[in-house]
Design a protein around this ligand. Structure first.
Ligand SMILES: Cc1cc2nc3c(=O)[nH]c(=O)nc-3n(C[C@H](O)[C@H](O)[C@H](O)COP(=O)(O)OP(=O)(O)OC[C@H]3O[C@@H](n4cnc5c(N)ncnc54)[C@H](O)[C@@H]3O)c2cc1C
Length: 385
């Protein structure tokens, strides 16, 4: 593994940094306060190619892979974690999964608009009573001959009520457990029978919309089945191994934001006649943050490297995600301590960092689930795909 970034990778990094500073940073406080999803940011991300990683150029992809993607996502999420979700929601979720499992018609119809940001994407797995145990989902897509009739509901879906097109996983064979799930492409603008309810009670991620979706006799055309019938569980696990890189990178990036903020504050804040950064206990706290921050970043790079090489990466992805979320939560907690009372004030970002960091422990597989994946692979109980 080469630790030097190529000129192209440095350019991508710089471009994403400039974009985040110019197009996202000016709105962070205002949009956080209003819990506002600024749709035009997604369009601008699309225009710049920030939604087209590992997607063939014939479908609008940017011709670049995982390493470039994580470098860009890292810069965006450092400015505002909520916006990391758009890369998963548009590119790594629906676009990449359609590219892997879709028919030529599905690829042509859906990928270009997801990649350009013309469409908002999403993926819906979780239900009120089915979280970590994906195979226990109840949403049912009944084969009606020339279409499927979908009934049920999904919960906690990122971008759900603003989404134009999304993947929805549903049961197609009752009683078959994980062998009875399928994946569907759902066109939210043209499918009657779907009610989308925004969730307003989230602790963090306030500018990233989250929703409940209710399907009542929603007619899903036969041609919207993605991949083989009853192979939805395999597709879902494949997709999660991609989309959870959004969590891993976002977490590493949030940890870096907390560290940068804490270092600046420690240099500026004076107590007992000296900047607080001169005190050993503050230095120890910053050293711990730095250790974890560096490790989180390189674990993300390692997983991205394996993905770009087409090598087994499931364990590396879970390690990056699990370690990253621990680093982010720890760093956010430390930052708030170092900022003292100002950390507890909404005038500083510590509260947002802490609220946003906690999401990483749950999304895209809880920390317990990632410990299970890591150890199952280590023990030889499951292959490292
Ligand atoms: C802001 C936000 C955005 C989200 N976006 C999406 C989205 O876009 N699409 C989507 O489909 N979902 C989404 N989710 C849902 C998220 O992926 C689920 O919440 C997650 O998979 C966990 O499911 P759960 O909340 O039902 O927890 P549960 O599965 O009920 O787990 C509860 C606790 O039990 C533990 N646990 C469960 N089973 C075991 C076990 N076997 N061994 C040990 N511990 C166990 C878990 O680790 C956790 O601590 C989102 C959630 C949030 C909060």
């Amino acid at each position: 593994m080469n630790f030097d970034l190529t000129d192209e990778q440095k350019m991508v990094q710089e471009m994403a940094k400039n974009f985040a500073e110019k197009e996202i940073a000016p709105y962070v406080d205002q949009d956080e306060e209003n819990h506002y999803y600024r749709r035009e940011i997604l369009s601008k991300m699309g225009e710049l190619g920030l939604l087209g990683w590992s997607i063939p150029e014939e479908y609008g992809g940017n011709g670049m892979g995982w390493m470039e993607a994580v470098l860009a996502l890292y810069e965006i999420a450092k400015v505002h974690t909520s916006w990391r979700l758009s890369i998963s929601g548009n590119c790594w979720g629906p676009a990449m999964t359609i590219n892997q499992y879709g028919t030529p018609e599905q690829k042509e119809k859906y990928i270009p608009k997801l990649v350009s940001g013309e469409h908002v994407g999403s993926f819906a797995i979780t239900e009120a009573n089915s979280g970590s145990d994906v195979a226990s989902m109840k949403t049912f897509a009944e084969d009606k001959g020339d279409h499927y009739l979908m009934n049920g509901s999904k919960m906690w879906i990122s971008g759900g009520h603003v989404s134009d097109v999304g993947l929805v996983y549903a049961v197609t064979e009752k009683g078959a457990g994980h062998k009875g799930l399928s994946c569907f492409i759902v066109d939210y603008n043209n499918t009657p029978g779907i009610t989308r309810i925004p969730i307003h009670t989230k602790v963090g991620m306030w500018t990233a919309p989250t929703s409940e979706l209710v399907f009542e006799n929603a007619v899903i055309p036969k041609e919207n089945l993605l991949g083989p019938l009853n192979k939805g569980f395999i597709i879902c696990m494949w997709q999660l191994n991609n989309t959870r890189m959004g969590c891993a990178t976002g977490a590493a990036s949030l940890s870096a934001a907390c560290l940068e903020g804490a270092v600046q504050y420690a240099n500026e804040r004076t107590q007992f006649g000296k900047p607080i950064g001169k005190y050993q206990m503050i230095q120890a706290q910053l050293a711990e943050m730095k250790l974890e921050d560096e490790a989180a970043k390189f674990l993300v790079y390692h997983a991205a490297y394996l993905k770009d090489k087409g090598l087994p990466n499931q364990q590396a992805t879970s390690i990056a995600k699990l370690f990253g979320c621990q680093a982010a939560v720890h760093a956010a907690n430390m930052a708030m301590k170092i900022y003292g009372s100002y950390g507890y004030s909404t005038e500083y970002p510590c509260g947002r960092w802490l609220r946003d960091a906690k999401q990483f422990e749950t999304l895209e597989g809880t920390s317990n689930m990632h410990m299970q994946i890591i150890s199952n692979i280590e023990l030889g109980y499951q292959p490292n795909r």
